[in-house]
Design a protein around this ligand. Structure first.
Ligand code: GLN
Ligand code: ZN
Length: 764
């Protein structure tokens, strides 16, 4: 029978046990042994769970206390000098110093840079390399976890990030070439694989997710060299794993490597199966990733079985393995405790555990077991019935979307005309100042929200508390002299959840946690039906805030692309269709805000960039619909209404044209951490509309002084016109505390005034 395998499992624990253990260890409440105990218990529990669900082979070394890329760096001794003193005092402290910084015992170390793991919402730590980097095998984590699994009676497969992806995901701090380090890096790999072979490991999974990216000749040569070198040494059989997309142009490269099998993603890229089967060398194993490792829906047997039925006759039981599309790291663990979900809805969902159960059924059905075949028929019937269930398709939404003309995504006039009109409706000084939306979420606010949720604080008392907070935020902004005010968003728990809760088509889980980075988890809302808005969502708060002041108040919304990107999205409609539905619902909200007297409305799109496809050739299509959805949201208002947007997470240089195509009147954008690197884009491209490159890095407790802000603004004025420049922080202030915010915004307003008078003097 085909083996059911799994390429990785969530680490955090169903009740986020790892998070709690980590955080109590970091607070100094528990020692390392307690933490390592929890980790061992979780591994053991998860292996048991996978085996009971029907996995023949379980992964090991997929577990991590913080991040698997960080583990790989430490395993090969890629430890920057600054952390070495902490490591020599205590290895675990050193490891966490790299992951999250270290401020103790005379050390003051910042963490490694963190960035998104491909197009997921998981963040990995970027290893730092330099030209004379040395590598060595440091410890034996993969082997130790293999032996641990074996002792528990499991057949285990160690998972290890492959050498080429490891280098491509790293950065050099001295501008040298990462791939030049390949030979040196291969030595400890050879060492480790040899030890695995000695210990009786039969297969090792080398993850090479970079195989789904655009590769150049040097990258391809690195792959050939790396795997030829590894093949010459003693090693278990190597399963070369790619995921998150199609191998496409890299397929020929992958099958030319001297390994024993490969894993491919047939959920993101089912169409590659034919080419893969044709190219697969004789004797190779194919691990078919047929169940979505990145979403929470049950698989459709009528999509999966044809793939397996095509592969099976050509490969036979021995050479066809069945697996999730990628590591299950990106899904929650178990649906079982989600007892509050509507039963039929719940029956169409699968978390990590249920996904392995599904794989078991597929393997059994492939082997001709009648019960399994019947289960798949039943599953397909259930999913088909769910598609017809009420709420899945909303005829009004569908027909509105169908009749949506091109006109909907166009403002009535171009930017220049709007600008002239807005200077009447929203008169502002040169270099207007504003903020991104949220103000500090104090402990009192968080406690009140929790008490309200738990029913310990009644609606009226809670509302009064929020009103008081809005008033305080408004008075503060008036007092320090900001030009465009915000209400501070105290009523929002989370910028996606807040809207999801008020829209049809969304549902929420109790324990649907997914690791975002380190101990931090997110619980993405689930989009299961057509999105519709029953009633205004933000108008009451924004109008209340506007009623308190004569200055312009910004209405504040989360944009359609971000709503999509940070949710689990239904798999029966194209993502762009779901995004358009959200855009329509938000468009109505924007118009209601306008009618309610808000002349400035901000539509946040912090996640626009992270939705970019992994391959550049796919960028234009994505950017076209993402930009269009933003424009649909914004397009229904009069010229006199000033539309703002906000984006963070830097790196907009390569999509600046698309950002401009959004045609927001004003964009505020993160730049201060990169010392305004973004502005390089404006040397080659003249950004047309209003723009506020952030001058205050809100990710740090540091309060920048006026001189620093002035310096950033002068850089901005080298490439932007004074008339288009706005002055604002990098992002929302909710994670900061009041004293920092008071100081930083005080400096910001003072800087604006100073610069205004300098500019006036130079003109006059
Ligand atoms: N308006 C939001 C806030 O200020 C924007 C958050 C974000 O960019 N991630 O909190
Ligand atoms: Zn932001």
């Amino acid at each position: 029978m085909s083996l059911v395998t799994c390429s990785g499992f969530p680490r955090i624990g169903i009740k986020r046990e790892l998070k709690r253990a980590l955080e109590s260890h970091w607070r100094g409440e528990t020692d390392a042994d307690a933490l390592l105990d929890t980790a061992r218990t979780l591994r053991k529990r998860h292996w048991r769970l996978m085996a009971d669900a029907g996995a023949d082979v379980v992964p090991c070394n997929d577990f991590s206390l913080y991040d698997h890329v960080l583990d790989t760096a430490v395993l090969f001794d890629v430890i920057p000098e600054r952390y070495r003193p902490v490591f020599s005092e205590n290895t675990l402290d050193g490891y966490f110093a790299m992951g999250r910084g270290h401020k103790r015992g005379g050390h003051d170390l910042h963490a490694l840079e963190m960035t998104k793991w491909f197009d997921t919402n998981y963040h990995y730590l970027v290893p730092e390399l330099s030209a004379n980097q040395r590598f060595a095998l440091n410890g034996d984590k993969p082997l130790a976890e293999y032996l641990e699994a074996q002792a528990e009676g499991h057949r285990a497969r160690p998972v290890l990030l492959g050498p080429v992806s490891f280098l491509l995901l790293s950065k050099t701090v001295d501008g040298s070439d990462r791939l030049a380090l390949l030979d040196a890096l291969l030595m400890p790999y050879v060492d480790l694989l040899g030890r695995m072979a000695d210990a009786g490991v039969d297969w090792v999974q080398l993850d090479e997710p970079c195989l789904v990216l655009d590769l150049d000749d040097d990258d391809r040569a690195a792959y050939r060299h790396a795997y030829t070198t590894l093949a010459a040494a003693r090693s278990p059989h190597v399963l070369l794993a790619s995921y998150f997309g199609a191998l496409d142009a890299n397929l020929a490269l992958a099958v030319s490597l001297p390994v024993a099998g490969m894993h491919v993603d047939l959920v993101r890229a089912p169409a590659q199966l034919d080419a893969v089967l044709d190219a697969l060398p004789a004797g190779w194993v194919l691990s078919a990733g047929v169940v979505d490792g990145r979403n929470i829906w049950r698989s459709h047997p009528d999509r999966v079985m044809p793939l397996l039925r095509k592969a099976h006759p050509r490969l036979g039981d021995e050479r066809l393995w069945i697996a999730p599309s990628c590591s299950l790291l990106h899904t929650p663990i178990d649906l079982e405790p989600e007892t509050s979900l509507d039963p039929p809805r719940r029956a169409s969902m699968a978390f990590a555990r249920q996904k392995i159960e599904e794989l078991r059924v597929y393997a059994d059905a492939l082997a001709g077991q009648p019960e399994a075949e019947a289960a798949l028929v039943a599953q397909q019937v259930l999913l088909d019935a769910q598609m017809q269930a009420s709420g899945v398709a909303d005829p009004a939404v569908r027909s509105r979307l169908r009749s949506l003309g091109a006109q909907a995504s166009l403002r009535r006039s171009g930017y220049a005309a709007r600008r002239a009109i807005q200077s009447q409706t929203v008169p502002l000084p040169l270099l207007p100042t504003t903020t991104i939306g949220s103000f500090p979420q104090t402990d009192d606010l968080r406690k009140a929200r929790a008490a309200h949720r738990a029913g310990r604080l009644d609606d009226n008392a809670y509302e009064q508390l929020l009103k008081d907070e809005v008033e305080r935020v408004v008075r503060f902004q008036e007092h320090i002299g900001l030009d465009v005010l915000v209400h501070g968003e105290p009523e929002r728990n989370d910028m996606v959840e807040y809207f999801g809760e008020q829209l049809d088509g969304y549902l929420f889980t109790k324990l649907g946690w997914v690791q975002s980075y380190g101990s931090r988890c997110v619980k993405p809302p689930v989009i299961w039906g057509d999105i519709a808005r029953q009633a205004p969502m933000t108008v009451a708060w924004s109008s209340y805030a506007q009623s308190l002041t004569g200055r312009p108040m910004k209405g504040m919304l989360t944009g359609p692309v971000t709503m999509l990107q940070w949710s689990f999205v239904r798999d029966d409609l194209p993502r762009e269709t779901v995004c358009r539905q959200i855009a329509l619902a938000l468009r109505d909200e924007v118009r209601d805000l306008e009618t309610a007297g808000l002349h400035v409305i901000q539509i946040d799109e912090p996640a626009l960039r992270e939705g970019l496809p992994l391959r550049r050739a796919d960028w234009p299509v994505y950017l076209a619909w993402a930009v269009e959805c933003f424009r649909i949201t914004a397009g229904g208002v009069r010229d006199s209404t000033q539309i703002h947007t906000h984006m963070c997470y830097s790196e907009f240089n390569d999509i600046i044209e698309a950002v401009a195509a959004m045609d927001a009147d004003v964009i505020s954008i993160e730049t201060s951490r990169s010392r305004m690197e973004l502005l390089d884009a404006f040397v080659r491209y003249r950004y047309p509309n209003g723009i506020g490159p952030g001058v205050y890095d809100i990710h740090s407790p540091r309060v920048p002084d006026s001189a620093e802000m002035l310096d950033l603004l002068h850089k901005a004025l080298d490439v932007l016109q004074p008339e288009q420049l706005w002055i604002n922080p990098d992002c929302g202030l909710k994670t900061r505390d009041w004293p920092e915010v008071e100081q930083a915004l005080g400096h910001m307003v003072a800087t604006a005034r100073q610069l205004r008078s300098t500019l006036a003097a130079s003109v006059g």
